[in-house]
Design a protein. Structure first.
Length: 334
C-alpha cells in the first residue's frame, strides 16, 4: 500500500500514542520510587485538599504537637481552615497549598488533614515536575485515594494512614493506628497478621500493594488516574454505602477488566453499612466473594484499615507477600 502524505500525521500520532501507552504501562508495573523516610528535624506539611475543616482546629493543633513530639517540624497550609461551601477553600486555594507542599524541597511529607470529598477537583491542576526531583511521602486515606492513585501512576510509593482529624484526645484509643503510622514514616513498615475468616479465599501471592477507598477507585475508572492492578495486590475499604452499591461498583470495575490480572485482594473495614428497604440477602463478605468468584487469586478479610479507629498504616506501591488461610492471613513487606 502506498501511503499518501495526508496519512503521515495520523500515523505519527498513533505511533506516539502507542509509545506513551507502553511507557505508562511499564511505569505502573516497575519498581516504585520510595521517598526518603523521615528523620528528626524533617518537616511535614499539613494540607486540606478535600472537605471543610469546620471546628477542627484542635485536631490539627494536636497533629502539629504529635509531630513535634517525634522530633519533626510542621507547617500548616495557608488555606487549611478556609471555607468554600463543602470544601476547605476554593479549588484554587486547596491546589495552591498542595502545590506548595509538592514543590518545597524542605518538605519531607504531605499529611492530609482530612478526606471527605474534593480531591478529584484539583488532580489535573497539579504539577509534579519539582516533586519528581525531590519526592516526599503522601499520607492519608478515604478521598485521598485519588492522590494515592496519581502518585502510583507517576511511579512513587505513598502511605495509606491516619489523617489529622483521626486523632483522639486520648491517643491510647488509637494506639496501633498511631504507632504503625510512626513506624511507617520513620522507615519500619509493620507486617501484619490478620484475624482469620471463613470467607477467606486461601492462597499465597506477592505484588505491589495498591488501592484505597472503593468509591474513589471506581470514580477514577476510565481516567489517567485509574490504576492498572495487573500483577498487584489490591486493598479496598468503604464507609456508609448500601450493599447493592458495593456490588454495583465491583461489577462496574470487573466489566472494565480492572481485576483481570490482579494477584490478590485485601479487604479492610466496610464501615457503617446502610440498610436498604429491599435487603441484599447476604453478608458483605459473601457479596465480595461472589463478585470475585471467577478469579483464582487469594482474598483476605479483616485488615484493620479504613474508617474505624483502628486504621493501620500501609505503604502503597511497596511489594508485599500475602499468605491467606481460613485461620489467619499475613501481610509481609519485602
Amino acid at each position: 500500500m502506498i501511503l499518501k502524505s495526508k496519512h503521515i500525521p495520523l500515523l505519527f500520532l498513533l505511533f506516539i500514542g502507542m509509545i506513551n501507552y507502553a511507557q505508562n504501562s511499564t511505569k505502573q508495573n516497575s519498581e516504585m520510587i520510595q521517598p526518603p523516610y523521615l528523620k528528626a528535624g524533617d518537616t511535614v506539611a499539613i494540607v486540606a485538599p478535600s472537605g471543610i475543616l469546620k471546628n477542627r482546629e484542635g485536631e490539627v493543633q494536636q497533629a502539629v504537637s504529635l509531630l513535634k513530639k517525634w522530633g519533626l517540624n510542621a507547617v500548616v497550609g495557608k488555606h487549611v481552615f478556609s471555607k468554600a461551601n463543602h470544601f476547605a477553600g476554593t479549588d484554587e486555594q486547596r491546589c495552591e497549598d498542595f502545590q506548595n507542599a509538592l514543590d518545597d524541597p524542605k518538605i519531607s511529607a504531605i499529611w492530609c488533614a482530612r478526606g471527605g470529598y474534593g480531591t478529584v477537583r484539583i488532580l489535573d491542576k497539579l504539577d509534579f515536575t519539582k516533586f519528581e526531583n525531590n519526592p516526599k511521602w503522601l499520607i492519608g486515606y478515604s478521598d485521598i485515594t485519588a492522590l494515592h492513585n496519581q502518585f502510583h501512576n507517576r511511579g512513587f510509593q505513598s502511605l495509606h494512614a491516619l489523617m489529622c482529624v483521626s486523632l483522639t484526645k486520648d491517643l491510647d484509643d488509637i494506639r496501633e493506628t498511631v504507632s504503625t503510622f510512626k513506624s511507617a514514616i520513620f522507615g519500619s513498615p509493620v507486617d501484619y497478621t490478620l484475624e482469620g475468616s471463613k470467607h477467606n479465599k486461601v492462597g499465597n501471592t506477592s505484588g505491589q500493594l495498591v488501592g484505597g477507598n472503593l468509591t474513589m477507585l471506581h470514580t477514577m475508572l476510565g481516567s489517567e488516574t485509574s490504576i492498572d492492578t495487573s500483577g498487584k495486590i489490591l486493598f479496598i475499604e468503604e464507609i456508609g454505602e448500601y450493599k447493592y452499591h458495593i456490588d454495583r461498583m465491583l461489577q462496574s470495575l470487573k466489566r472494565a477488566g480492572y481485576f483481570k490480572n490482579c494477584k490478590g485482594l485485601i479487604v479492610g473495614d466496610m464501615s457503617k453499612m446502610r440498610k436498604n428497604t429491599t435487603l441484599w440477602g447476604t453478608s458483605v463478605e459473601q457479596l465480595i466473594l461472589d463478585a470475585f468468584a471467577e478469579y483464582d487469586f487469594p482474598i483476605a478479610f479483616n485488615m484493620p484499615a479504613g474508617h474505624e479507629k483502628d486504621n493501620r498504616a500501609m505503604v502503597f506501591g511497596k511489594t508485599i507477600e500475602l499468605k491467606v488461610t481460613k485461620e489467619k492471613s499475613s501481610v509481609v513487606y519485602n
